[in-house]
Write a protein that binds this ligand. Structure first.
Ligand code: TRP
Length: 329
């Protein structure tokens, strides 16, 4: 079975955009592939050198993944920093990664601009660590967003280069699996762009009913349609997209007809939308709370995940050592 691996940085709670983008695909893929999912806490040090409550953020994502339906029996979930073999591969890959190519990576250039006081080597070698995450398990497929494509290209470059330098056919080139091609894009609530792009435009899976309602009622609208059957401007289109995602077809058609004949009342639409978002989120939210309350279970999941991942990475690394020439003395 093909191996799939993906990581997420523990930078915040999961929102509906994450759910319909990545996480829903992960849940589906766990039945079709040999999957592993991990929480990239080392990577988060590239931007947050003294992360507050990193343990808590890691536990939160773990609980949220489980609540969304990732089954650790099918797809181990582990914490990146629990699998030390990845560091050894990171070191080897860094020896064959060149300053010029690392400096040209767009996300590096962006970060160098946004955090000019902390242009650290970890940031520069973010793509080698990411390559090590995947190559340590010789994974075939990596589900990622389009924004990760350059990192994926670097990963394939490092895999090819390793093979060439040591004259082996050891690493396969991991392929990107763009879930965004299949997934619905969840818009933000601030009238433009996608959910999560800016502060405060997201509905988190853990938001309670009152919070959801408040956020939806505040969503940007306009003065209403001025022509029959007119095209919807972006903020309104976004509300309809949300209805399409969480409401029934009847509800969607009801408000869409009202929009088209210019009788729509955004207040009513938003009340319905908030209720439907809440109905969607409530069961997930309850599971998140239950998992978060069960610390022992979360620790067991992470421990079991780390064992499975270490076993797989250990095998790769002993072969890599052989290939490079570090044999037992
Ligand atoms: N860079 C990814 C992101 O920001 C997170 C990540 C780290 C990752 N290592 C990975 C994703 C390995 C896939 C595979 O979204």
């Amino acid at each position: 079975m093909e191996k799939v691996i993906s990581g997420i940085r523990p930078t915040g709670n999961l929102h509906l955009g994450n759910y319909f983008g990545a996480v829903k695909s992960f849940v589906k893929m766990q039945d079709e592939y040999d999957c592993m999912f991990f929480i990239a806490d080392w990577h988060s040090l590239t931007t947050h050198p003294t992360p507050e409550n990193i343990r808590r953020s890691v536990r939160t994502i773990l609980a949220e993944y489980l609540a969304c339906g990732i089954d650790p029996e099918k797809a181990p979930i582990y914490v990146q920093s629990d699998v030390k073999e990845v560091l050894e591969l990171y070191l080897y890959l860094n020896m064959n990664a060149y300053l010029g190519e690392l400096e040209r990576v767009t996300s590096f250039k962006d970060k160098a601009r946004t955090q000019p006081d902390n242009v650290n080597a970890g940031l520069l070698t973010y793509p080698t660590l990411m390559a090590a995450d995947v190559l340590a398990h010789k994974a075939d497929k990596v589900p990622v967003g389009k924004d990760q494509e350059q990192n994926m290209e670097m990963m394939r470059l490092f895999a090819r280069r390793f093979n060439r330098i040591y004259n082996v056919e050891f690493f396969r080139e991991p392929q990107s699996y763009h879930f965004s091609d299949k997934a619905v894009k969840v818009p933000g609530l601030d009238g433009s762009g996608k959910m999560g792009k800016s502060e405060g435009n997201a509905i988190y899976l853990c938001d309670d009913e009152a919070t959801i309602k408040k956020k939806v009622m505040r969503a940007v609208t306009d003065a209403g349609p001025t022509m029959l059957n007119q095209e919807k401007p972006e903020p309104i289109r976004n509300l309809f997209t949300m209805l399409e995602i969480v409401s029934s077809k009847d509800t969607y058609d009801y408000f869409n007809d009202q929009y088209n004949n210019m009788t729509v009342r955004y207040g009513d639409l938003k009340k319905q939308l908030a209720a439907d978002i809440n109905a969607f989120c409530a069961p997930i939210r309850e599971k998140i709370m239950a998992y978060q309350a069960d610390e022992d279970y979360l620790l067991r999941v992470a421990k079991q995940g780390a064992e499975r991942a270490s076993e797989s990475a250990h095998k790769t690394l002993s072969e890599v050592r052989q290939i490079i020439g570090f044999r037992a003395l």
